[in-house]
Design a protein around this ligand. Structure first.
Ligand SMILES: Cc1cc2nc3c(=O)[nH]c(=O)nc-3n(C[C@H](O)[C@H](O)[C@H](O)COP(=O)(O)O)c2cc1C
Length: 313
């Protein structure tokens, strides 16, 4: 059984991934947030810090790509291999954000089975690299995903990550477990599961229901509770409060030199929507914290909240 960290654009960059792995166990590998593919002449990958090898020494990281032109994938993958040595790539066919869908990328491609197949056919015939896709059930209907699975059955894909919601659902409502059964029956490819793994019992239930799945991606659940992978593996998590505090302080120290006070404050405010679960603060306390506009003040106040609130069973 493998536990993966899900790609979360704007959150799980290399600084987040490295801090998480230094302080918490249980995660085996990452898929990075997406990067756009392009034709070779227009690519400048030297500033793609998120996948610089020196920033990714702790666990294997697979770069995720987004686009819809077969030749752009082939060019980008060759260049990333030559520049950084990567041999495995993931394609984002699941992003439901309106601007992405409108530009016929991410989940916007799911109704276009031909285009999905063209990209996979080009990559698997014109490169020696491992290629995988991350998709939803469909944009409007699960028929789209089922058609894609049928078309991709004969291609040598590395794996397919499935988040069992439709694009139009965004992140709302519950995943469609019955449809996931159907998807499992429709493919021989290795499946990686992603979606709503928030608590250990969620994981246990899904593992029993889908014994053929060996790979599980943790996303928002591990943001809310960074001990989640350890808990799933039955590890002794020890003193939660002091471990979370150390992580928090280390992560802030790593972010500050690169993101400066403004950027760090912005990132931390976003993360506090998730961390609030761990510290058990009320809606009002969160609102007050998010109103603070100065980093020093925010940091001090948030440290105090962890000290006061982080549970330590
Ligand atoms: C803020 C945010 C950013 C995301 N960014 C990406 C991304 O860059 N690539 C991707 O394939 N999925 C992305 N996702 C989807 C997640 O990887 C994951 O499939 C989804 O959140 C469901 O899993 P969870 O309930 O465990 O979070 C994103 C989700 C969120 C909430």
């Amino acid at each position: 059984m493998n536990l993966w960290l899900a790609p979360l654009d704007g959150i799980t960059n290399y600084l987040f991934r490295n801090s998480l792995c230094r302080h918490f166990g249980g995660i085996d590998c990452f898929v990075t947030p997406f990067m756009p593919v392009q034709e070779r002449a227009k690519l400048n990958v030297s500033n793609w810090r998120d996948i610089w090898p020196k920033n990714n020494t702790l666990k294997p990281a697979t770069p995720q790509l987004m686009g819809n032109v077969p030749a752009h994938f082939v060019d980008t993958m060759h260049l990333l291999h030559e520049t950084y040595g990567y041999t495995s790539f993931n394609w984002n066919v699941g992003c439901p954000v309106a601007q992405v869908v409108r530009r016929h990328r991410g989940c916007g491609l799911m109704p276009d089975t031909d285009r999905v197949e063209e990209v996979v056919a080009a990559v698997t015939s014109q490169t020696p690299f491992r290629f995988s896709i991350k998709m939803r059930l469909g944009l409007h209907s699960p028929d789209e995903g089922l058609r894609i699975l049928e078309r991709l059955e004969s291609y040598p894909l590395d794996y397919i990550v499935i988040h069992p919601r439709l694009g139009v659902q965004m992140y709302e409502g519950v995943p469609d477990w019955d449809m996931l059964d159907e998807f499992c029956r429709h493919t021989h490819h290795r499946l990686v599961y992603s979606g709503d793994l928030n608590l250990v019992p969620d994981f246990v239930r899904l593992r029993q229901r889908y014994p053929m799945i060996q790979d599980w991606m943790l996303g928002r659940g591990i943001l809310r509770n960074p001990f989640l992978a350890e808990e799933i593996r039955g590890m002794d998590v020890g003193d939660r409060r002091s471990r979370f505090l150390k992580y928090y302080q280390h992560f802030a120290a790593e972010l500050l030199p690169l993101r400066h006070e403004r950027g760090t404050l912005h990132n931390f405010k976003e993360l506090w929507h998730y961390w609030r679960c761990l510290t058990g603060i009320s809606d009002e306390q969160l609102r007050q914290l998010l109103r603070v506009d100065d980093w020093e003040h925010f940091y001090e106040r948030s440290l105090q909240m962890i000290q006061d609130g982080c549970p330590n069973p």
